[in-house]
Design a protein around this ligand. Sequence first.
Ligand code: NAD
Length: 458
Amino acid sequence: MNTIEQILSKQREFFKTQATKDIVLRKKTLKALKKELISREQDIISALYKDFKKPRFESILSETEIVLHELNTTIENLNSWAKPKRVKASFLNFPSSDYIHSEPYGTVLCIGPWNYPYQLTLAPAIAAIAAGNTVVIKPSELTPNTSQLVEEIFTKIFKQEHVAVINGGIPVATKLLGQRWDYIFFTGSVPVGKIVAKAAAVHLTPTTLELGGKSPCIIDQTANIKLTAKRLVWGKFLNAGQTCIAPDYIIIHKDAKHSFYKAFKTELEKAYTKNPKQSEDFARIINEKNFLRLTKMLEDQSIVIGGEVDKTDLYIAPTLIDEPDLDSDVMRDEIFGPILPVISYESKEDIDRIISNYEKPLSFYVFSNSKSLIKKLMRLYSFGGGVINDTLIHFANDKLPFGGVGHSGMGAYHGKASFDTFSHKKPIVKKANWLDVPVRYAPYNGKEKLIKFFLKYF
Ligand code: NAD
């Protein structure tokens, strides 16, 4: 077995051969990957179920089909994305023709999280390959079945010098981060994001950091409460709330709270029955560490719905907490589980007082029929991405770049934005020789007015 250093060195050598710059090779390997992923769909779904009882439907919706969609879009558009783009030339350079070339960075490291361990590991890797890089993928150690399968699939389709999967925990991730890369794409928590940024800084390696945070959801008294409850039950409890863009907490107008609780209970029972533990559609917490972290958040809280837990099954019921203190655990850290705290507000200042406690979130949700409130909130706050009157769905449109801002991350991907993320945009000016405008050359004497005129109008 090759060491990390050996794999990296082989990838560097392979990149130097220019083989990955061949669009035909990129498309050929991506098509082979697609064929393999389609034929292994059932294995992927089973691995996800073994890892945290991820429901089959959710695996199709939020893992396998999303990856296939990204692959299809990439294969379909790769020729046009990769083609040098001609831009309007500057008159100051006349006569010239100007182009932007998309150039692969070189050898890329993609580190994945456990919560969507298939999709969030594969989608960036696919884009990195499409852009012509060699890639090392480090899946999460917390989903061993899925991560092992990812290794099997890539090992079958790709030569190690092109794409390699290196499985392992923090020591392996640390060793990988100790190497010099040409680009690092990291999806995971804010604290580890800072470790990645520090390691990247040593070699001035560019990074994309897809992180997390506390994503608020504001509901005012004009919202359609029944539909709001239904959409929130779905968006919060998909993947048992272990979603980076899940609504983390609710700020609701005090006059809407009572009817919201009633509607939420009805919608919850419709989705998962009166006993969600028996429902095949509700996933489990990833491990004991996270189970204990989450159950601690329930201590001394006023639980209005749910609250049942079972350590042997890593089960936490979909839970609603009423009016938690802002300095309690559940309001201090990102929840990342099926717990939803609700805080009521009376005035816009109340909303601001709560939101201003936190770093810029990854997502922001508003349920309202008030155009002015929606406009105000969308302009006032900075966040990675937002949805009005629904949750999570901005993730599904590959025309929308997905990523955070501030502490919720830097950089974005999906669709063409993914290809661009893994490509250096190299501008090249081709100057013609048939004319050589003399203005810029010394002696400068008497040319000031002329140059000012040029700079002002062109
Ligand atoms: P994590 O940061 O614990 O782990 C992510 C990856 O980093 C794993 O592969 C892990 O092996 C590695 N890692 C962990 N500790 C490390 C260390 N000390 N040094 C180097 N590498 C280390 O995150 P997680 O628990 O897998 O995922 C949950 C977090 O990820 C949440 O905060 C969530 O919001 C965020 N997330 C963000 C997105 C997004 O797209 N923005 C998507 C999913 C999850």
